[in-house]
Design a protein around this ligand. Structure first.
Ligand SMILES: [Zn+2]
Length: 294
């Protein structure tokens, strides 16, 4: 690191858990962010400010006036631009140290297979189930940890699906890929502006902790945030042996283990169902965490 970098990242370097070594690791890390909208904006801003050396933004949309209430990578001046172009410009103004790649096409299986391969961590900041499942499949195949966030109305959720850990579920363990869902109802719901900031910033925090290898990740845990009561709930989620995506997979098992305990809390399940547009398949796999995981 040069003198400017030592100053820029000094408040990270002062943290015993990060220091120069981990900050250096951030500078050489590559995070793939799928979706440069409400969640992707704060996630990319915090990762860029933190000095993640390479960020790849994938989004096929252009900036619209209706985005600006919450998508803080973009501004009135960039209406009509590709979101990845607008986002890249914002990030480069924020931190000229970093390299931002822009991919202005829809994230399909073929693209994700290529992009995920080169990423240390993937953030799913998308807004539809087709993309979410495609991101999950690629992350499972390439054993890259996936930090998944979603936000709708006043409810948000975040979890990490880490295929390197044999006890960690994947996204498809929780939301069956073959289950019918209603995309339209998701995309037309309102969303409370700061909610995406809360969840997106947590996705950035999780990515940094995964890269640094510090703290306890969200693998095996689903956190639910209610912005109306400002309350968090944590639920244990388990890997499904018959999952069509990760069921037969084996890759680089880590030594960490996850445990689950507790009982189903109906009110939390209802919150999850609302958030993920009423996926009944979700019901069987959630257990409320009542004790900290090992
Ligand atoms: Zn799975």
């Amino acid at each position: 690191m040069n003198d400017d970098q030592l100053l820029r990242y000094s408040r990270h370097i002062l943290l015993d858990e990060i220091g120069i070594e981990m900050q250096q690791r951030f500078l050489t890390a590559h995070v793939l962010i799928v979706g440069a909208g409400g969640l992707g904006s704060p996630a990319a801003l915090y990762l860029g400010a933190s000095g993640i050396g390479t960020l790849t933004l994938v989004d096929s949309d252009t900036v619209e006036l209706t985005n600006l209430q919450r998508q803080i990578l973009h501004s009135s001046d960039t209406i009509g631009q590709a979101k990845v172009r607008s986002g890249r410009a914002t990030l480069e103004r924020l931190n000229p140290d970093i390299c931002v790649h822009e991919i202005s096409v829809r994230a399909d299986d073929m693209l994700l297979q290529q992009c995920v391969l080169h990423a240390d961590v993937v953030l799913d900041c998308s807004d539809n189930f087709v993309t979410r499942h495609a991101v999950n499949r690629a992350c499972v195949q390439h054993c890259v940890p996936l930090v998944s966030g979603s936000a709708s109305r006043f409810n948000g959720q975040i979890s990490t699906f880490d295929a390197r850990n044999p006890a960690s579920p994947c996204y498809a363990c929780i939301f069956a890929p073959d289950h019918p869902f209603d995309e339209v109802s998701c995309s037309t719901m309102g969303v409370f502006s700061p909610l995406v900031g809360v969840i997106g910033a947590m996705q950035a925090a999780e990515a940094l902790r995964l890269i640094a290898g510090i703290g306890r990740t969200l693998a095996g845990r689903l956190m639910l945030f209610d912005a109306m009561t400002m309350s968090w709930q944590t639920m244990c989620i388990s890997r499904q042996a018959d999952c069509s995506v990760c069921g037969a997979m084996q890759c680089n098992p880590s030594s960490s283990t996850l445990a689950s305990t507790g009982q189903v809390l109906p009110e939390l399940l209802r919150a999850c169902m609302m958030l993920e547009c009423l996926l009944p398949a979700f019901l069987g796999f959630l257990i409320a965490c009542e004790v900290p995981l090992a």
